[in-house]
Design a protein around this ligand. Structure first.
Ligand SMILES: NC(=O)c1ccc[n+]([C@@H]2O[C@H](COP(=O)([O-])OP(=O)(O)OC[C@H]3O[C@@H](n4cnc5c(N)ncnc54)[C@H](OP(=O)(O)O)[C@@H]3O)[C@@H](O)[C@H]2O)c1
Length: 256
């Protein structure tokens, strides 16, 4: 038997943004630790495929449609989750979008879209989860997927950086208040993680120069996030709240 317990047996875990990228990888890994998974996003087909994958691997999973910018759809998704599995114990606030545009060109519509998804959306999902945990006496865990761009800045992503910096501060503010109810709130700040969406960019000269500015001089992989994710989801982190964990090859501490 291990000295550290990363088991999620008996826990219900909600992962937002599970229709692609990080969320699609996180869900089966969490299920293999014994959690019952609720996978959420706007696109239903990839969620149903994920549900099928997890169930055929012997796990339990429910696909729910959710737009994190819409409170009604969040409440409805939590209702479905509770009807299937009971109260959500762990919320992985992973849904997010990044739109690239220079400061002088960002439209109000783009600003609202990024902030409504990455910051307001994360708040609404966390708040609804925390209210339900509190009503049902659950000592749950909320994990916000922020970004190195919540700590540092780069060009053309001012709205994204502002949303992620806000999410880091929200993590700390919620951790402070929700400690009274035994609910923990922590953040993971991924750096540049290689995915299908950015693979081509990192082959370009600009992309290669970017990699050289990372102290470890390499990109991360989605699986580099799994250790911190399981730590924060499980009781192994029961004395952690308000923590902000960078997983970025040292990018947040690169020299100026
Ligand atoms: N990839 C990186 O290098 C990197 C680095 C740092 C941080 N992050 C953060 O990590 C998270 C996941 O990123 P990713 O790379 O996996 O991105 P991705 O592949 O584009 O996935 C984003 C997910 O968010 C969902 N989503 C977007 N808007 C939504 C909305 N209004 N309501 C519900 N779901 C919504 C999308 O699903 P639908 O379109 O189906 O709704 C999708 O499942 C994001 O918060 C991102 O900011 C990524």
């Amino acid at each position: 038997m291990s000295d550290v317990n990363f088991s999620l047996a008996g826990k219900v875990v909600l992962v937002t943004g599970a229709s692609s990228g990080f969320g699609q990888r996180f869900a089966p890994v969490l299920a293999r630790q014994g959690a019952k998974l609720v996978v959420a996003a706007r696109r239903r087909d990839p969620l149903l495929a994920l549900e099928e994958e997890i169930e055929s691997d012997g796990g339990r999973c429910l696909a729910v449609t959710m737009d994190v910018a819409d409170r009604h759809s969040i409440v409805e998704a939590y209702n479905q989750a509770e009807a299937a599995f009971g109260c959500v114990d762990v919320v992985v606030n992973n849904a997010g979008i990044g739109l690239s545009n220079p400061v002088l060109g960002i439209t109000e519509e783009e600003w609202d879209k990024v902030l409504d998804t990455n910051l307001k959306g994360a708040f609404l999902v966390a708040q609804e989860g925390a209210r339900r945990m509190n009503e049902q006496g659950k000592h749950g865990s909320i994990i916000n997927i922020a970004s190195v761009l919540g700590l540092r800045v780069t060009s053309y992503l001012a709205h994204y950086s502002a949303s992620k910096a806000g999410l880091i501060q929200l993590t700390k503010a919620m951790a402070l208040e929700l400690a009274d109810y035994g609910i923990r709130v922590n953040a993971i700040c991924p750096g540049y993680i290689l995915t299908d969406i950015n693979r081509d960019y990192f082959e370009t000269d600009g992309g290669k120069r970017m990699i050289q500015r990372i102290p470890q001089k390499q990109l991360g992989e989605i699986d580099d996030l799994l250790g911190p994710l399981l730590l924060l989801a499980s009781d192994a982190s029961k004395y952690m709240t308000g923590s902000v964990i960078s997983v970025d090859g040292g990018h947040a501490v690169s020299k100026l």
